[in-house]
Design a protein around this ligand. Structure first.
Ligand SMILES: Nc1ncnc2c1ncn2[C@@H]1O[C@H](COP(=O)(O)OP(=O)(O)O)[C@@H](O)[C@H]1O
Ligand SMILES: [Mg+2]
Length: 502
């Protein structure tokens, strides 16, 4: 539970969110926050793992620096270890058949296992998989998929079980006028980024009216200008108007008389999505609107959701537009659900882009660790110490998972080491049963892309910080005495950061 300086509360078990909301001062810690951001941008999941491993790498570097191993040697060793670790991951990864959705679903479920929404993970994972597959497109040899093509809307409801996937776009706005149709089939949609109002001038203008006739003439003129707006929209053949700006009452009235439904003050992001989905153009000058600019959808309908009205635009011209409508029982629950669904969508996207998977529960980290220890033995230079340190740092995932499962990490770690030595690639710790087992049989899967990015983000951050220490150390020698507060202790003591989230 995080409280910001305005007193706003966020409840989350999402590592990336925790770090984003924390007010971090220490420069090394700031780098770790950067690790989380990089991981979130690149893979969308695995932030906690990346930060925990980065922290462990830093604390191992500190030990090496204390033993007078030069930072460049540490960096070289880490680089070799990183490459080797990525090789191991590629080797053990299993191919995924995208036609069968079972692996996609299992990976989506795994990404939500540690979240507050875990109770509904199966149900929500199913929605995430369907949503992402709906927007994925074939592209030379593979697929492309963009998480932003899945619109996520939230409305307080009875339970997350009511969360649904809509084949189209849902906007949190109602039809503006009670006389307008609430349901329009074969919709021709005008997307306007222009106010359907008479612009107020910037100057204070004074109107001298000398007779009632003049008032009447003035109002008439205004009315005819507003009517012309509605006429123009009708003339191009639109039966729905979605406007990013305001719509004058009078225009609403004229539109409703023509049977045209309208929505005002739509969000810019919704406008862009609508344009993409319906094939329409956003027009910022009403005069320039033509029939060709209209978007198309099979149905536009206002529906009552909880206490509010929302508008559903379904069966769009471009079918790759879907919306997940989250219906948790409180706004805070909805916010956390949105974050969890985002992780799940990212995981599915990762698999669509690179259909390869590994089992989780620390199995891949232990496998990398084993191979790196053997690899270190074969090196002659002092780099071998750094490679070994890297191997040991990877074990922090198994340690963290066993601690979180309430088990003795030392026992678990020795059992895991032994079983990996014996060739059990997928031996890991299943946290729900608390047993060391074959994680591929336990059904805990994660995208290869997430695991690779964890190694890259963590290693790069650690190398960067070790490099900075190098600079400070040599400056220290040149310019004694140190200014107060200057000079960061190697590793800055971030080792074993007690991140929650598992
Ligand atoms: N049932 C499970 N048993 C063991 N490990 C699991 C299970 N479910 C998830 N995990 C592991 O938890 C880790 C992910 O935890 P999570 O809180 O999502 O952090 P991250 O931010 O790193 O994704 C992964 O290593 C994954 O394999
Ligand atoms: Mg995760």
């Amino acid at each position: 539970m995080l409280t910001d300086s305005f007193g706003d509360v966020t409840i989350t078990s999402d590592g990336a969110t925790i770090l984003k909301e924390m007010d971090v001062q220490n420069p090394a810690a700031k780098m770790l926050v950067e690790v989380a951001k990089a991981q979130d941008n690149e893979a969308g999941d695995g932030t906690t793992s990346a930060v925990i491993i980065a922290g462990e790498l830093l604390s191992k570097s500190e030990e090496l620096l204390d033993k007078n191993i030069h930072p460049t040697v540490i960096i070289d060793g880490f680089k070799m270890a990183q490459e080797k670790a990525l090789e191991v991951l590629e080797k053990i990864a299993l191919p995924v058949d995208l036609k069968k959705q079972d692996y996609l679903k299992k990976a989506a479920v795994t990404s939500m296992a540690s979240k507050l929404v875990a109770e509904y993970k199966e149900y929500l994972a199913d929605i995430a998989v369907k949503a992402m597959l709906a927007v994925a497109e074939k592209e030379d040899g593979g697929y492309k998929a963009d998480v932003d093509d899945v619109l996520v809307e939230k409305k307080t409801g009875e339970s997350l079980k009511e969360t649904s996937l809509i084949n189209g776009i849902v906007i949190d706005k109602e039809i503006v006028h009670s006389g307008m149709p609430k349901r329009v089939e074969k919709a021709k949609i005008a997307l306007l980024d222009a106010a359907l109002e008479i612009e107020k001038t910037e100057y204070d203008s004074k109107l001298n009216i000398e007779s009632p006739q003049q008032i009447e003439a003035f109002l008439k003129q205004e009315e005819s200008m507003l009517k012309a707006m509605a006429d123009k929209i009708a003339a191009v053949g639109a039966n729905v108007v979605i406007c990013q700006k305001g719509i004058d009452d009078m225009v609403q009235h004229f539109l409703s008389r023509k049977g045209i439904a309208a929505i005002r003050r739509a969000k810019k992001s919704d406008m862009e999505r609508l344009a993409k989905a319906t094939g329409g153009n956003i027009v910022s000058n009403l005069e320039a609107l033509t029939t060709k600019d209209l978007g198309e959808a099979a149905l536009v309908e206002e529906r009552k959701i909880a206490e509010d009205k929302m508008t559903f635009i379904e069966g769009c011209k471009h079918p790759k537009a879907v919306t997940i409508l989250i219906r948790g029982s409180t706004p805070r629950m909805n916010a956390e659900t949105e974050r969890s669904i985002h992780d799940a969508l990212c995981v599915v996207r990762d698999l669509i882009l690179e259909p390869k998977i590994v089992a989780g529960g620390s199995a891949p980290e232990m496998e990398m660790s084993k191979t790196l220890k053997q690899f270190a033995e074969k090196q002659s230079g002092r780099e071998q110490l750094a490679i070994r340190a890297f191997a040991e740092a990877l074990e922090v995932i198994a340690i963290t998972l066993s601690e979180n499962a309430g088990l003795d990490p030392i026992d678990i770690l020795s059992e895991l080491r032994a079983r990996h030595e014996k060739g059990e690639t997928w031996a890991g710790i299943e946290v729900l049963s608390g047993k060391v087992q074959d994680m591929s049989k336990a059904g805990v899967f994660e995208p290869l892309a997430v695991k690779k990015q964890i190694i890259k983000s963590a290693a790069e951050a650690a190398m960067m910080i070790v490099k900075i220490d190098d600079v400070i150390a040599s400056q220290k020698m040149k310019t004694p005495p140190m200014p107060p507060g200057g000079g960061m202790p190697p590793g800055a003591g971030m080792g074993g950061m007690g991140m929650g989230g598992y």
